[in-house]
Design a binder for this molecule. Structure first.
Ligand SMILES: *[C@@H]1O[C@H](CO)[C@@H](O)[C@H](O)[C@H]1NC(C)=O
Ligand SMILES: *[C@@H]1O[C@H](CO)[C@@H](O)[C@H](O)[C@H]1NC(C)=O
Ligand SMILES: *[C@@H]1O[C@H](CO)[C@@H](O)[C@H](O)[C@H]1NC(C)=O
Ligand SMILES: *[C@@H]1O[C@H](CO)[C@@H](O)[C@H](O)[C@H]1NC(C)=O
Ligand SMILES: *[C@@H]1O[C@H](CO)[C@@H](O)[C@H](O)[C@H]1NC(C)=O
Length: 536
């Protein structure tokens, strides 16, 4: 009865208000991403709850357990006509609170949502590797069998829609708030639910033991520009133009590439909902010029802008520096195995530093994934099926960075010093100032940029022919040694740069050269350019 009624109303209002572009389902309602079984952000933050009401200036009474709140129906903040908006910040509510009913009443009617939990709310966004669903991943059946044990992990998936203007409310919903179960976690390929989002949420739950709400808002084949507001794009493009980013992904022929259209339709509606943080898996669609060269700017600008807009939209309740985690681009093709836009994007994802968090990307954390190739993936090699290792790494760094758990080593090893031994034609690279025991799994992956000229660093650019592969020949517990003796291009020249794992697919599965013994994490891709030394 109810679905039919809603459908009828939708049809009526749709035709009655096509020009305003609005959909109204009732005189009094919650915003469409509020519903039964949802998770709201727990204390010490205050959850924001809001919706629509017809009668401007009327008072809406909101009841949660024994607490009641009231809000006055305000004019719709967008200029176009539409229903008024009511909005309330609940008092800080601990995660130990039993499931609550939230009921709302006014002259316009009465509506309620039930089985609402308090915990941490995470938003998951990006392109196909985040959209990639749990039923598609490696070991899916085991994962799905166990899903219903997670009664406190709740899922919501937004529909894929675009808009030329910022929307207050989602145009439609793909998966309403649901309890975890075989069919809600692994419904249908590419439909719902995001594997990385789910695994991240349920692994967090394994550690935190309180409710986790997951919002999946993703679209395969899309560039970062589509998910960015005009304010963010202005930082990188000087003005917010409306250029389309050309993306030709045969799997996602409908993928929108226009600036801001997904920010408008799939991010903006969530800005008035208190969240704990966001995770992101995207970059493939930006891995070629010209947008590739902007990614250092565009990626950071989007993060900074999302944080600021959510902070404002929830009256300060979403942290102004909320934790933002991302998966660094995974491998794709094994041939030709030369540097590709993927190396550039991976580097730009760290603001060209190789690690996060850092000064320019505070409270940002990542999972390195370049050592998890899956050339036989039925969804093509650009969609590796091992999402479990990805999520484990993301959760490890999330616990350290987003939750401040101390004593967690969450980063892979990074070079800290270089020693040239002229007598032996070797370069020794020390990692983490000698503090991290290394495990060496293979020997190919280092390159040196060698030149007679010691004045220019731009000669060692991405596509320069001065880079030479240099094999590892030995190692001790905290450093590796490579030999340039047989590399014709290096002897008698200046070493002007070193890079590591600078390939679209740098190694076989879990077999890049350098891992940390302590946490099993790979050394991230790395490049340094400048005078390292003269080699005789
Ligand atoms: C709500 O009020 C009832 C009756 O006054 C009381 O027994 C109950 O503990 C209260 N619940 C909460 C969550 O405060
Ligand atoms: C998949 O399951 C097999 C068998 O249980 C296990 O050996 C393997 O490690 C699992 N893969 C991942 C990525 O967890
Ligand atoms: C939500 O917050 C955003 C950003 O502050 C604002 O543009 C929008 O109007 C707000 N929506 C509602 C329903 O108040
Ligand atoms: C660069 O090379 C020249 C000789 O070719 C040398 O005199 C100079 O000291 C070198 N610069 C540095 C910073 O090592
Ligand atoms: C990159 O390096 C090569 C060789 O060192 C040089 O010819 C080319 O001009 C450089 N390109 C840029 C954009 O600096």
């Amino acid at each position: 009865m109810r679905p039919l009624l809603i459908l009828l109303l939708l049809v009526i209002f749709n035709s009655a208000s096509t020009r305003a572009g609005k959909k109204v389902t009732a005189d009094l309602s919650f915003a469409s991403h509020y519903g039964d079984h949802m998770v709201l952000q727990q204390a010490p933050k205050q959850a924001m709850v809001w919706g629509f009401a017809k009668t401007l200036g009327s008072v809406v009474k909101i009841t949660v357990q024994n607490d009641s709140y009231s809000a006055t129906v305000q004019k719709n903040p967008q200029d176009n006509p539409g229903p008024g908006v009511w909005k309330v910040l609940l008092k800080p509510t601990p995660s130990s609170t039993p499931p609550v009913i939230i009921s709302v009443k006014s002259v316009d009617g009465q509506v309620a949502i039930k089985d609402v939990l308090f915990g941490d709310v995470w938003l998951c966004s990006g392109q196909s590797n985040m959209q990639f669903t749990t039923d598609m991943m490696l070991n899916a059946s085991e994962e799905l069998e166990g899903a219903s044990k997670y009664t406190q992990v709740r899922l919501f998936t937004a529909s894929q829609v675009t808009s030329d203007v910022p929307l207050l409310n989602l145009k439609s919903v793909e998966e309403v708030w649901s309890l975890a179960a075989k069919d809600t976690v692994g419904h249908q390929p590419w439909k719902y639910f995001s594997a990385v989002c789910w695994l991240y949420g349920r692994m967090l739950y394994d550690r935190l033991k309180y409710p986790v709400g997951l919002i999946d808002t993703t679209w395969g084949g899309t560039p970062v520009e589509a998910w960015s507001s005009p304010d963010a794009l202005r930082q990188c493009y000087g003005h917010s133009n409306q250029d389309r980013v050309k993306v030709n992904d045969p799997l996602f022929p409908e993928a929108p590439g226009d600036h801001t259209v997904l920010w408008n339709a799939m991010i903006h509606p969530f800005l008035n909902t208190t969240i704990y943080g966001a995770i992101w898996y995207q970059g493939e669609a930006n891995a070629s010029p010209p947008t590739m060269n902007k990614y250092k700017c565009t990626f950071r600008a989007m993060i900074v802008d999302w944080r600021q807009k959510w902070h404002e939209g929830t009256m300060g309740q979403t942290d102004e520096n909320f934790p933002f985690g991302f998966v660094q681009l995974a491998p794709w093709r094994t041939k030709p195995n030369s540097p590709s836009g993927f190396s550039t994007i991976r580097w730009h994802q760290t603001y060209d530093m190789g690690y996060v968090p850092n000064y320019d990307l505070p409270k940002v954390f990542m999972a390195v994934a370049m050592d998890l190739p899956d050339p036989k993936s039925p969804w093509t090699g650009i969609h590796p099926r091992d999402k479990i290792d990805v999520a484990k790494r993301l959760v490890l760094s999330g616990l350290a960075v987003a939750y401040g758990k101390s004593g967690i080593k969450f980063q892979g090893p990074l070079p800290s010093a270089y020693f040239i031994d002229i007598g032996y034609y070797t370069l020794r690279v020390e990692y983490d100032s000698g503090k991290t025991p290394l495990e060496i799994r293979s020997s190919a992956g280092f390159e040196l940029c060698c030149s007679h000229d010691n004045t220019s660093i731009s000669q060692c650019n991405e596509t320069s022919t001065l880079w030479h592969e240099v094999p590892l020949v030995s190692h001790d517990s905290t450093s590796v040694t490579m030999s340039y003796g047989k590399v014709a291009g290096c002897v008698g020249q200046w070493v002007m740069g070193m890079r590591y794992a600078w390939r679209e697919t740098p190694c076989e599965f879990l077999a890049c050269p350098i891992y940390s013994v302590e946490n099993g994490l790979p050394a991230p891709p790395y490049v340094t350019v400048g005078i390292i030394g003269y080699v005789v």
